[in-house]
Design a protein around this ligand. Structure first.
Ligand SMILES: NC(=O)c1ccc[n+]([C@@H]2O[C@H](COP(=O)([O-])OP(=O)(O)OC[C@H]3O[C@@H](n4cnc5c(N)ncnc54)[C@H](OP(=O)(O)O)[C@@H]3O)[C@@H](O)[C@H]2O)c1
Length: 348
């Protein structure tokens, strides 16, 4: 058993050797571990628990962490990252993402926000810095889905590009190795790809068996971006405010449950395996060691069969869980307006 301890970090004997974890190649040639640990505590798990999970996950072989300033835990995660690096993990073997929050799109705000995340995370650079949402709207953390920001704005491409120019300068200045997008649609990405000097290297998007987004998934990959999949398990612990009666439950789907029985694993593990095998980078969240270890082990174990992959491809229910209602900018709209379902950016 390999036990190497330093400042709270120890390589666990029952973990997965990080060199066995598949990697995705970005257009820069850099590689990203094909699974990351999510760090949004969903209002249920405090910063201490999440920071502890980051340390524990690194001990069992995770090298990719999906952070964001709005998750309110980057400072404590920074202590974990420092311990991981002090414990002998090389910085170049870690992949750390952070994200720009919606009230920081303005001139001068992007660099300041990135610098704050770097200070909190105790890093010199981020592997990826993403624009968390394409809408520059402030709403208080934890607010109800009916809450609306009085100054709410739609997607205005010219304004997004002003934010993007600031993102590009982070790459120029070495603060971020890659920049990327999140919660985007094809028509919005088409414009950004057309106008960017530094193209987005990845797009973070909701992806789970009941929400496969085949069109956007294909577009992202065909455009040379890595799709990072959030809520890969269908976010069973998401805040109650993000639940609606019509939401479906991936881990109760008979196809998922059937495969889980065959493999003798939790259905959540099947969702993670499916995600990696399909080609997205899932970022499952858990503070429970047996869960995050099980998720990691599953992706270096026996793959799902072609028949199982084909069966899972058929269970898409087009069930978006993170609908984004708080971003709506005028009365009478529904959350579908945020997602350009007609193939064009919803007019202001
Ligand atoms: N870019 C964005 O706008 C955006 C939006 C949402 C999320 N994200 C990112 O995506 C990450 C993941 O999404 P998420 O946290 O909403 O949902 P998720 O990863 O789909 O689900 C997390 C929950 O699944 C359960 N779970 C995980 N592994 C399991 C296992 N092996 N067996 C049984 N249960 C398991 C855990 O429940 P229990 O705790 O009950 O065990 C955990 O709380 C977030 O943490 C965040 O980093 C990004």
């Amino acid at each position: 058993m390999d036990e190497r301890k330093s400042g709270g970090f120890a390589v666990a004997g029952d973990g997965v050797d990080p060199v066995r974890v598949p990697q995705r190649v970005l257009y820069t040639g850099a590689t990203m571990p094909a699974i990351g640990l999510g760090t949004f505590g969903s209002d249920r798990f405090g910063a201490e628990a999440v920071a502890e999970a980051v340390l524990g996950a690194a001990s069992v072989g995770y090298r990719h962490f999906d952070c964001a300033s709005v998750y309110g835990n980057e400072r404590l995660i920074g202590h974990s990252l420092r311990a991981i690096l002090a414990g002998g993990v090389r910085r170049e073997d870690l992949w750390v993402t952070s994200k720009l929050w919606n009230d920081k799109h303005g001139e001068g705000d992007v660099r300041a926000s990135c610098e704050q995340s770097l200070r909190d995370l105790q890093l010199d650079y981020l592997d990826a810095y993403l624009v968390h949402w394409p809408f520059p709207n402030y709403h208080p953390p934890g607010c109800d889905v009916h809450s609306r920001s009085p100054g709410a704005k739609p997607y205005i491409h010219e304004n997004y590009m002003k934010t993007w120019r600031q993102m590009e300068r982070l790459v120029d200045g070495g603060l971020a190795r890659h920049i990327g997008t999140s919660n985007m649609t094809i028509p919005k990405l088409e414009l950004v790809l057309r106008d960017a000097r530094i193209r987005p290297a990845c797009n973070e998007m909701e992806l789970h068996p009941h929400f496969q987004q085949p069109g956007l998934f294909r577009f992202v990959r065909d455009s040379g971006m890595v799709p990072i999949g959030f809520c890969p398990i269908g976010s069973p612990t998401r805040p109650d405010r993000d639940k609606t009666e019509s939401d479906t439950v991936d881990i109760e789907d008979p196809a998922v449950v059937g495969i889980a029985r065959r493999l003798n694993v939790h259905p959540a593990v099947v969702c993670v395996k499916w995600a990696v095998q399909r080609g997205q980078v899932p970022i499952p969240f858990s503070v429970h060691r047996h869960e995050y270890l099980g998720n990691l082990r599953s992706i270096v174990g026996e793959p799902l069969t072609d028949e199982e992959m084909a069966a899972l491809a058929t269970i898409d229910r087009n069930c978006r869980l993170i609908k984004g209602q708080v971003f709506l900018w005028k009365d009478g709209q529904t959350w579908e307006d945020l997602w350009d379902l007609g193939g064009e950016i919803t007019p202001p």
